[in-house]
Design a protein around this ligand. Structure first.
Ligand code: HC1
Ligand code: SF4
Length: 567
C-alpha cells in the first residue's frame, strides 16, 4: 500500500495502481480519451494529465503509477491548461460537422469540449489542417470515417486484445497517422467479424453502425407494404438506458408500445424463434449425441462468431449447428407462415429486426438467407437506431403504456429471453434436451450456466461437457484446446461479444462491465417470473409445428430453418 494526496485529500491505495485509478477513490473522474477500462494502457492522448506538486511535472495519469508521499493536483491551472491544450489540438484536425455526426450527443470528445468550455472564442486555435480520407462504408454493418479518428487506438486494442481478430492497425507516422485495415481494404473484405465492438469503444464518430433508419421509415410510410418488426431478447433490458433509465430496467411493454406508435403493422419478439431454434438445434444436438457425430456441437446463432469461424476455423464448420439464428428464422416465418395465416402477399411484407448487434446487418445480406423465396430480413436496426426513431417522434418513453406483443407468434418462454446473455443459449438448450432425453420434468430450471465458462451436466446416464465463450479471443482459447485434444466437450456456446448480446456492438453507449451485468440480471429476472420457462412448452411453438412445420428437423423445417456455411 502507498499513501498519497490528490487535490489535498489523503488516500491509501495498492502500490500497483495508477494515479487515474487512485483519483477515482477520492471521487475524481479525471478527463481521458485513449484510456478504456477493459483495454491495455496507451497513454498517448495526454488528455488525462495531472500535476505532480512536488516537482511541477505533468503526468499522464492513466499510465503513471502512484508513489508513496506523492501530492497530485488534478485541478491546478497548469494541469487544466495542459488538458485544454491537448483537447484543442485534437479539435484542430477534427471535422467540425458535429450536427451531422451519428455520435452527436454521445461523443466523448464533444463532452470534453463542453465541460472544458472550449467554445466560440477559441475558434482561431481550432482551425488546423483537416484530412480528406475516403470513408469505408461499403459493407453492410459498419461505417468507418478515418477523418474523425483521433488516433486513441481503442478500436485497435479492442479488436486485438478482446476479439483476437486484429483487423485494425495503425499505419503511417506523424500527421499522416491513421487507423486502417491491412492493405487499406474495406472492413467488409477482410477477416473482420462485423461484431462492432470497435464501435462501442470508439469515443467519437469514427466507427459507427451503418444506419438503416431511412429505409425503415420509407417502408412504414408505404401503405402497400406490411411491416413486421421483431425485437431481439436483450433489447427489452437495454433500450431504457437510451432514455435515462437504470441499466437492466425491463421495459418490454413500453418497447412494444413505442413500436406501435412508430407504425409497425406486426410487433413480435425474436424470443419466439429463439424457442424454435432450441427445438431445432436441441434435436440436432440429440441426434449428434446419439450417433456420436460432429461433436462438439457448436452454436451458430451469433453471426459475428459464424464469420470468425469461416475465416479462422473452417475445419470446424461441420460442428456448427445448421439451425439458422432466431433473427433469420423469424423473418423466414414472417414471409411464409405469417403471410399464409394473415392472407398477405409475402412480396409485400417488409421485415425489420431490432438487434443489439452490427453483425446481424451482415447476416441478413448473406446469399443463403432467402429460404422464404424473398430476402428474409429486409432491415436490421440497432438498439441505438431504434432509440433515435423514438426520439424523432418525441415519444416520452418512460410514460408509454405497457402493451403486449401481437398474437400469432406472440408467446415466448424465459428460455428464449436468456439467449441474450452469455450462457443463456446453453441453459435454454439443456432445459429442453434434458427433458426430451430423460422424459422427466426438470425440477430446477436455473442451471447456473450464465457467468460460467465450463460445466458438466448429467442427463440420464450421459455426462455432457459444456463450454461457454463470450468474446472471440476466449472462443479461440477454447477451440484451440479442442483441436489439441486437451478438452473434450459435447456442446460449445460461442457469442462474439463480451457478455453475449447484452454487450453487443449496437447497444446503448457508453457501456461498462457493471452495465452489462445489470442488463444480464434484467433478462434473468424476466425468465424467473415467466409463466413458460422451457422452449418446448411454448404453446405457439407447439401450434407452429402441428399446423405448419410438422416436427423438429422435418423436411419443411430443414428447408426453412437451416443453413450452411462457407469456407
Ligand atoms: Fe442475440 Fe439471438 S440472442 S444473437 O444474442 O440468438 O443480436 O439479444 O436476437 O438471432 O433470439 C443478438 C440478442 C438475438 C438471434 C436471439
Ligand atoms: Fe474487429 Fe469486430 Fe471491429 Fe471487425 S467489427 S474491426 S472484428 S472489433
Amino acid at each position: 500500500k502507498v499513501k498519497l494526496k490528490i487535490d489535498g485529500s489523503p488516500v491509501e491505495v495498492d502500490s500497483d495502481m495508477t494515479i487515474l485509478d487512485a483519483a477515482k477513490e477520492v471521487g475524481i473522474d479525471v478527463p481521458k480519451l485513449c484510456y478504456h477500462p477493459d483495454l491495455t494502457l496507451h497513454g498517448a492522448c495526454r488528455v488525462c494529465v495531472v500535476e505532480n506538486e512536488d516537482n511541477g511535472q505533468l503526468l499522464a495519469s492513466c499510465v503513471a503509477p502512484v508513489e508513496d508521499g506523492m501530492e497530485i493536483s488534478t485541478r491546478s491551472m497548469k494541469a487544466r491548461q495542459a488538458r485544454r491544450r491537448n483537447v484543442k489540438l485534437l479539435l484542430a484536425n477534427h471535422p467540425n460537422d458535429c450536427l451531422g455526426c451519428d455520435r452527436n450527443g454521445s461523443c466523448e470528445l464533444q463532452d470534453l469540449v463542453y465541460s472544458m468550455g472550449i467554445g466560440s472564442h477559441d475558434v482561431d486555435e481550432l482551425e488546423g489542417e483537416r484530412r480528406d480520407l475516403p470513408i469505408d462504408d461499403v459493407g453492410p454493418s459498419l461505417r468507418r470515417d478515418p477523418n474523425k479518428c483521433i488516433l486513441c487506438g481503442r478500436c485497435v486494442r479492442e479488436c486485438e486484445e478482446v476479439q483476437g481478430v486484429s483487423a485494425l492497425q495503425f499505419s503511417e507516422r506523424g500527421f499522416d497517422s491513421i487507423v486502417t485495415t491491412a492493405f487499406d481494404l474495406p472492413q467488409s473484405e477482410i477477416n473482420c467479424a462485423n461484431c462492432g465492438q470497435c464501435a462501442t469503444v470508439c469515443p467519437v464518430g469514427a466507427i459507427t453502425e451503418k444506419i438503416e433508419i431511412k429505409d425503415v421509415w420509407e417502408a412504414i410510410e408505404n401503405d402497400d407494404i406490411h411491416v413486421v418488426v421483431q425485437t431481439a431478447p436483450s433489447i427489452q433490458a437495454t433500450i431504457g438506458e437510451e432514455f435515462g433509465m437504470e441499466p437492466g430496467s425491463v421495459v418490454t411493454g413500453k418497447l412494444v408500445s413505442a413500436l406501435r406508435h412508430i407504425g409497425f403493422d406486426g410487433v413480435y419478439s425474436t424470443e419466439f424463434t429463439a424457442d424454435l431454434t432450441i427445438l431445432e438445434e436441441g434435436n440436432e444436438f440429440l441426434r449428434r449425441l446419439e450417433g456420436d457425430k460432429n461433436l462438439p456441437h457448436i452454436t451458430s446463432c451469433c453471426p459475428g462468431w459464424v464469420k470468425f469461424a469461416e475465416h479462422n476455423y473452417p475445419e470446424l464448420l461441420p460442428h456448427l449447428s445448421t439451425a439458422k439464428s432466431p433473427q433469420q428464422m423469424f423473418s423466414t416465418l414472417a414471409k411464409t407462415y405469417y403471410a399464409n395465416e394473415k392472407g398477405l402477399d409475402p412480396a409485400k411484407i417488409y421485415t425489420v429486426a431490432i438487434m443489439p448487434c452490427t453483425a446481424k446487418k451482415f447476416e441478413k445480406e448473406r446469399d443463403e438467407m432467402r429460404s422464404s423465396g424473398y430476402k428474409d430480413t429486409d432491415a436490421v436496426l440497432t438498439t441505438r437506431e431504434l432509440a433515435r426513431m423514438i426520439r424523432e417522434l418525441g415519444l416520452r418513453f418512460d410514460l408509454l403504456d405497457d402493451q403486449d406483443y401481437d398474437e400469432l407468434m406472440g408467446d415466448v418462454s424465459g428460455a428464449g429471453t436468456i439467449f441474450g446473455t452469455t450462457g443463456g443459449v446453453t441453459e435454454a438448450a439443456i432445459r429442453t434436451v434434458k427433458e426430451e432425453l430423460t422424459g422427466e420434468e426438470l425440477e430446477r430450471l436455473d442451471l447456473d450456466f450464465r457467468g460460467t465458462n465450463e460445466a458438466t451436466v448429467e442427463i440420464g446416464d450421459k455426462k455432457i461437457n459444456v463450454a461457454i465463450a463470450n468474446g472471440l479471443a476466449k472462443a479461440s482459447e477454447i477451440l484451440k484446446a479442442v483441436k489439441n485434444g486437451e478438452k473434450d466437450y459435447h456442446f460449445i456456446e460461442i457469442m462474439a461479444c463480451p457478455h453475449g448480446c447484452v454487450g453487443g456492438g449496437g447497444q446503448p453507449l457508453p457501456v461498462d462491465e457493471q452495465k452489462k451485468d445489470a442488463r444480464a440480471r434484467g433478462l434473468g429476472s424476466i425468465d424467473e417470473t415467466s409463466s413458460i420457462r422451457k422452449s418446448h412448452k411454448n404453446p405457439k411453438i407447439i401450434k407452429l409445428y402441428n399446423e405448419f412445420l410438422g416436427e423438429p428437423l422435418s423436411g419443411e423445417a430443414h428447408h426453412l430453418l437451416h443453413t450452411n456455411y462457407k469456407e
